[in-house]
Design a protein around this ligand. Structure first.
Ligand SMILES: [Zn+2]
Length: 478
């Protein structure tokens, strides 16, 4: 059985694999892993060297040495399996914001990440991988997430999907949506991207105008919009809220669901493989284990038993042969469900424990509280060059500390000035021009939670605010 390469055929195969249960999923995983590793050994100088001591033929996953983003990025031109794809070429492509979502070299999808580890990454997904991700979204996301009520709601009110994400750079979320819009006239009409970086009042006005029936975006963004809905400023009635990009905590999920009177569903996604899985009504993420392998492991890369939160997770993306991601240290802490999920889905179920950056709640000069999302301020810091790591710590209602680890090959003072200017410009746009920005003497710190780097750390307790009252918790149909 050959591996299909077009979206409709892949979609059919996804459906069949799920119906076939564990043996069918395992068979596909095995075949695709052998093919990926064989291709990487032949066409990627990096993996040829890394695997030089391993026997030829069928390999056991556990025998392959884990890899991490810094070493792969350092060897970018040897990592990829097509010599025409070079780091210089991809960097030139991603330097242009007008090319967000534009197919690269005959249909590949390019995205960038700073990720939870704080190291920048460049990812190139080949055409077949793109087709797999599209099929996964169709079969395991929309077909699985939309129930009878949601279909009726869409039939009655039309399909208009809003994606509230970081924009202006080639980050995976916005890039993926833009790619979809460029690829289909129907998507261009029904899907619109809204920037989380714009002032909240503008975002609310734009959403009131668009009237989305599906509201998608980062959990922290939808949480903020739920507040706006409770306050009566946001007047939309989505039939579904779909989140991705950050971990979705239970209180946030409940808040969004209560505010909009719609189910909230979450996708597990990252730049290294786009979509790894989609959650079910029992709030477990079911992994697409026929197209990617996630291994929960401890700090020595030994398997973590189901039922325990892992130190990190090794990802193998079976869909992308252009830039092989094999036992890649993802940095996420996950917990695998030890028993079958009551929803009946045979795909392995996990909870993702370790991806939460903090949202800051800052006060304007007039005393109004404004929520600043970690991804939004992260995107605002990105134009500053020669930053190895930067971190923001909220130390008071109107005070933030900036920690910087500049590239020592460049003028630290100039990097500081540029970073402070970018952060200030962002704050002023949010009506937070009075927030004090303090330059910290200490470098960025790792957090206690799993030793991960978080770009934003909140050390100041949130001042008490009136608790939002939930409304219309009933039917999502108008
Ligand atoms: Zn389930």
């Amino acid at each position: 059985m050959s591996t299909p390469s077009r979206t409709p055929l892949i979609a059919l195969d996804l459906w069949r694999a799920q119906r076939a249960g564990r043996p069918g999923l395992e068979r596909r995983r095995r075949r695709r892993l052998d093919s990926l590793v064989a291709h990487a050994r032949t066409a990627s100088p990096f993996y040829r060297h890394l695997y030089r001591g391993l026997p030829n033929g069928e390999v056991t996953l556990g025998d392959l040495p884990p890899v991490a983003k810094p070493e792969l990025m350092a060897a970018f031109d040897d990592w990829v399996t097509d010599a025409r794809v070079t780091r210089a070429d991809v960097e030139a492509f991603t330097a242009d914001p007008a090319r967000v979502g534009v197919p690269y070299r005959g249909g590949s999808f390019v995205c960038t990440s700073s990720g939870t580890t704080g190291h920048p990454g460049l990812f190139v997904h080949d055409r077949r991988a793109v087709a797999v991700y599209q099929a996964e979204v169709a079969v395991r996301c929309y077909l699985a997430w939309l129930g009878r009520e949601q279909w009726l709601g869409l039939a009655r009110h039309g399909v208009r999907e809003a994606a509230v994400v970081g924009t202006g750079t080639h980050v995976a979320g916005a890039g993926w949506y833009e790619r979809g819009r460029r690829g289909s006239r129907l998507a261009a009409r029904t899907l619109q991207v809204f920037s989380v970086q714009q002032p909240l009042d503008d975002l609310v006005a734009a959403l009131n105008q668009f009237q989305p029936t599906v509201l998608g975006g980062y959990p922290s963004a939808l949480d903020q919009l739920a507040d706006e809905h409770d306050a009566g400023r946001l007047r939309i009635r989505p039939v579904l809220a779909a989140t991705a990009g950050e971990s979705l905590e239970s209180p946030v999920r409940s808040h969004i669901a209560a505010a909009f009177g719609a189910p909230v569903r979450d996708a597990y996604a990252a730049s290294e493989g786009l979509y790894f899985g989609f959650d079910c009504a029992h709030e477990w993420v079911h992994l697409s284990s026929d197209w990617s392998i996630l291994e929960p492991v401890d700090d020595a890369f030994r398997p973590t038993p189901p039922g325990q939160a892992s130190h990190t997770t090794l990802l193998t993306n079976l869909a992308n042969h252009l830039q092989p991601v094999i036992r890649y240290d993802l940095g996420d802490s996950v917990l695998a469900r030890p028993d079958p999920c009551p929803c009946g889905n045979p795909l392995p179920a996990v909870r993702v424990a370790g991806r939460s950056d903090d949202a800051m709640h800052l006060r304007t000069a007039s005393g109004r509280e404004i929520t600043v999302l970690p991804l939004a301020i992260g995107v605002a810091m990105e134009p500053t060059h020669h930053v190895r790591r930067a971190q923001i710590v909220q130390t008071g209602p109107s005070t933030i500390r900036l920690r910087l680890d500049p590239d020592p090959a460049f003028d630290a003072e100039a990097i500081w000035r540029d970073l402070v200017a970018n952060v200030r410009a962002f704050l002023i746009a949010q009506d937070l021009g009075d927030v004090a920005v303090v330059r910290a003497d200490e470098p960025p710190q790792l957090s206690g939670r799993g030793g991960k780097f978080r770009r934003v750390v909140v050390e100041a307790p949130r001042p008490p605010t009136p608790s939002p009252t939930s409304r219309n918790g009933g039917s999502s149909l108008g």
